[in-house]
Design a binder for this molecule. Sequence first.
Ligand code: AMP
Length: 369
Amino acid sequence: MTRALVLNCGSSSVKYRLFDGAGTVAKGLIERIGESGGDAADHRAALQRIMSDTDLDGLAAVGHRVVHGGPEFTSATVIDDAVTSRIEALIPLAPLHNPAALSGIEVARKLLPDVPQVAVFDTAFHATIPPAGVTWAIDASLASRWQIRRYGFHGTSHAYVSRRTASLLGRPVADTNVITLHLGNGASACAVQGGQSVATSMGMSPQGGLVMGTRSGEIDPTVVFHLHRVAGMPIEEIERSLTRQAGLLGLTGENDLRAVLRRRAEGEPVAKLAFDVYTRRIREYVGAYLAVLGRVDAIAFTAGVGENSPDVRGESLSGLEALGIAVDPARNAAGDTFISPDGSPVAVCVVPTDEELEIANQSRAALGL
Ligand code: AMP
């Protein structure tokens, strides 16, 4: 078995997990990097700490999570100088995310010069979406010049969960169609046909599609023009509002769905509306992806909300019996793996995701390990 270290570098945090095969040897989180009283002064200090705290004997690979792979990175890629330059060139597409991953890659390559490193992109799984599913109907010359299209994110999670769902169904991946619903702080839906992504709800950034903790998800672009032209808000302020003050937070003042559910149970209308907006958007995407796939074998819920909230699972799929989709209330409340009634045409399941294991596996596969 080969050891792999997975690094997920954010602007102020580093999450790490060391695998031996599929087993976890060590893991941790370094937070508030660069802040006074934080765990480390910068990414270099953070990685140095991980390396001194962790026994890296026999390490065969380092896998880095990179949010945006642009149009060119369509699978996990072994890192060399040319690859880091290409990731750097993608910063304008992901100014909030890629710089931290890049600094993690640079530091890890310096500190572990003899260990091969692999970049695993959140976008790569969606490279199989056909052109009609990633092209927006805007001026084609603008789109081409500025790399404007749907990329999609959460790819490692959708890949892992869709494969795992086929295996739970006892079916070959190549013959299984799944709608995966990754509902965490960020949230996205994906239509997976025979193991390949054919549609997903996030767009050029992780901002599109479903309602999230602090992100709006899909809105008419005129909202942006209106806030600028009529409300007089600068573009940076609009971006901050729609990415950090929107979603559940924007609707209720709280980004944690547990708090919203509590307030809804107490009968608060604002919380009820937020829950309805959140679950209706999921149902709209399920309907759309039923149409994209034609035949659906399973719908899989994953991530913090998907794995833990019977209310969201039940309400998101309510009223779809005529389409072969139903949730058994007792199984749903118990959080069973299969929550649809026996004999249901579409299996509904709860499948815990493991993005880090998927990154470790893809990193080792890219190195032929
Ligand atoms: P993740 O990004 O996958 O870690 O998901 C985090 C989100 O999951 C949190 O913001 C919570 O809103 C949500 N969550 C976690 N546990 C529960 C639960 N028991 N019920 C509802 N939502 C939950």
